[in-house]
Ligand binder design. Structure first.
Ligand SMILES: O=C1O[C@H](COP(=O)(O)O)[C@@H](O)[C@H](O)[C@H]1O
Length: 262
């Protein structure tokens, strides 16, 4: 583990080890939050290693260290496609882990699917963003939180992946979402990575999380990681603006970390 620029960096030999370590750390963090506050909250990510780490949670011998019925589950971003579509981050998370856990359905908070009823956020990604902002506002009064980008819960752990161009959540370089300073949740259109229509937390909203963990693997991410670590602007490299209120942790494999220097 090394720390610089306020970011703790843990580097593993390969993607599998990084996913396993992130899963183990998540179980520890959720159990600790429950011991301290009675409940725990996590914001899930999509992406290759983001879903791989959920599979590692499912397979862990420590899985039952957490009282899953007292975990609030949110998503940091979502693809605005029909419910159950394999592209949806929530569908992938359910298949990898959530369906196997004794979660309280009332505490699982997916973003709306494109085919949801309009009053539940369907039909238009702006409806979905508005609906999720309301979900977060209600959760903030239960879990504690503060305003700034609207009422946002103080999530215990927000998980994120990143893209080779430095996107995090569904916030891409120099896109309208990266300039959205006042909103907590935004609709994303014309996203350069398919599917093109999405819903995303903003960077100011993500920064309400106590802990923000980036999980990333592969040489394709190395340059973006190095630029973010080196102080690039969040407009150019959104990852640079992804910080936790108390802690920012990057769990990487060796290839992703290759350009970070020593
Ligand atoms: O589109 C997305 O991509 C990122 C990273 O995905 P990866 O497969 O390159 O690791 C992910 O974090 C985000 O949630 C997702 O919607």
């Amino acid at each position: 583990m090394s720390t610089s620029a306020g970011i703790e960096v843990v580097v593993h030999a390969d993607e599998d080890s990084a996913a396993r370590d992130a899963a183990d750390r998540l179980l520890t963090a959720l159990a600790a939050a429950q011991a301290a506050r009675g409940s725990a909250s996590v914001v899930l990510t999509g992406g290759g290693i983001g879903i791989a780490m959920l599979r590692e949670v499912a397979a862990s011998a420590r899985r039952d260290d957490v009282d899953w019925g007292a975990v609030e589950v949110f998503w940091g971003d979502e693809r605005f496609v029909p419910a159950g579509d394999a592209e949806r981050n929530d569908a992938q998370a359910r298949e990898a882990l959530l369906d196997a856990l004794p979660l309280d359905p009332a505490r699982v908070h997916p973003m709306a699917a494109s085919d949801a009823p309009e009053d539940a956020g369907g039909g238009d990604p702006d409806h979905a963003a508005d609906a999720y902002a309301k979900t977060l506002s209600a959760a903030a009064s239960r879990l504690g939180g503060s305003s700034g980008a609207g009422p946002i819960p103080a999530f215990d752990v927000l998980l994120a992946g990143c893209g080779p161009e430095g996107h995090v959540l569904s916030i891409f370089p120099d896109s309208p979402a990266v300039h959205a300073a006042d909103a907590g949740v935004v609709a994303v259109r014309d996203c350069p990575k398919p599917p093109p229509t999405r819903v995303s937390l903003t960077l100011p909203a993500a920064r309400h999380a106590r802990e923000v963990w980036l999980v990333a693997a592969g040489g394709g991410k190395a340059e973006a990681l190095a630029r973010a670590h080196g102080g690039a602007s969040e407009v150019d490299v959104p990852l640079a603006g992804l910080r936790g209120a108390e802690r920012t942790l990057w769990v990487l494999d060796r290839e992703a970390a290759a350009q970070l220097g020593s």
